[in-house]
Design a protein around this ligand. Structure first.
Ligand code: NAP
Length: 269
């Protein structure tokens, strides 16, 4: 759990509507609530009971959510469903000014989508908190928030939103969505792929695990906590990911060949 002390709000509470109230949104909501922000949510599934326990207004109907006087819409759906979800937002009922934020683990895709679908008057902030329910359970201090201010006119509102993460001690990393995707393919996507390969192999702890092997078990466990949809999204909606998958394949073949070549003539002593 993130630390339970509440942070004073110099600019008053933000009214944030979350679209997609799955595991990651629920994790973020804990900290937003702790800081005193006012939350509303909608999702494909019915989270009305959970939301009422948390003090969040849950809307089954997105039209009603648009009437709720919100300042920030936070898109937290799976990467693969986000296109359909964004297109299903009743745009004509949006009340401006409004800040649209997404948290998708890929960035160029939602950037282009939001710019294409949203009205010109809506501000757009693309973010990727580089942590989740597992890595952020002890708090967010020092954990990176990557973001690009894609189209911002209401700078105060945008800064207030980013201030939520600053107040928790996040490392604020401003970079373009393209830079993010290039780096994420070489790091996050690679880590998820290796974690899933290890799970596929069925690796198990032994009574003599080395530190290195424990790291592999940890990677497998962390990776498998995320949905397969999330992994598919990291691949399908990041144009740099396919190249990394091919590099991994080639690297495996190269290591295998070198190993077999070097050892092929060794006789048993
Ligand atoms: P996820 O499996 O990527 O997404 C689950 C969410 O997507 C739920 O709200 C779910 O709605 C919604 N959803 C899935 N399919 C849908 C569909 N066909 N139509 C409408 N909604 C659909 O799991 P997650 O971990 O909660 O991630 C949410 C977002 O946060 C993703 O974009 C992910 O890239 C990003 N993110 C995750 C992490 C992390 O550590 N998990 C970290 C940073 C960013 P229902 O629950 O209502 O079914």
């Amino acid at each position: 759990m993130a630390s339970s002390s509440s942070t004073p709000l110099p600019n008053g509470p933000l009214k944030i509507a979350i679209i997609g109230f799955g595991p990651f949104a629920q994790f973020l909501a804990q900290t937003f609530l702790k800081q005193g922000h006012i939350l509303a949510a909608t999702s494909r599934s019915d989270y009305s009971l959970l939301c009422s326990q948390l003090g969040i207004t849950f809307y089954r109907d997105m039209d009603d959510l648009m009437e709720a006087g919100i300042q920030v819409i936070l898109l937290c759906t799976s990467i693969l469903s986000s296109g359909d979800v964004i297109r299903s937002i009743p745009i004509d009922r949006l009340r401006m000014p409004l800040l649209f934020v997404d948290v998708l683990s890929v960035k160029e895709y939602p950037r282009e989508l939001l710019l294409r679908v949203l009205p010109e008057e809506a501000d757009v902030l693309c973010t990727h908190p580089m942590f989740g329910p597992e890595s952020g359970k002890e708090g967010w201090n020092g954990l990176p928030l990557v973001y690009e201010k894609v189209r911002i006119r209401d700078h105060a509102l945008c800064d207030n939103y980013l201030g939520v993460f600053q107040a928790e001690g996040c490392r604020m990393v401003e970079m373009s969505c393209q830079e993010h995707d290039e780096m994420a393919a070489k790091s996050q996507f690679l880590a998820h792929t290796l974690g899933r390969i290890l799970a596929e192999m069925g690796i198990e702890s032994t009574p003599m695990d080395t530190k290195g092997f424990q790291t592999l078990l940890q990677l497998r466990d962390n990776t498998m906590k995320d949905s397969f949809d999330l992994y598919c999204g990291l691949f399908a909606r990041n144009k740099f990911a396919r190249q990394e998958l091919e590099k991994l394949d080639l690297a495996f073949k190269s290591v295998r060949e070198k190993l077999l070549e070097r050892t092929k003539d060794l006789e048993l002593d």
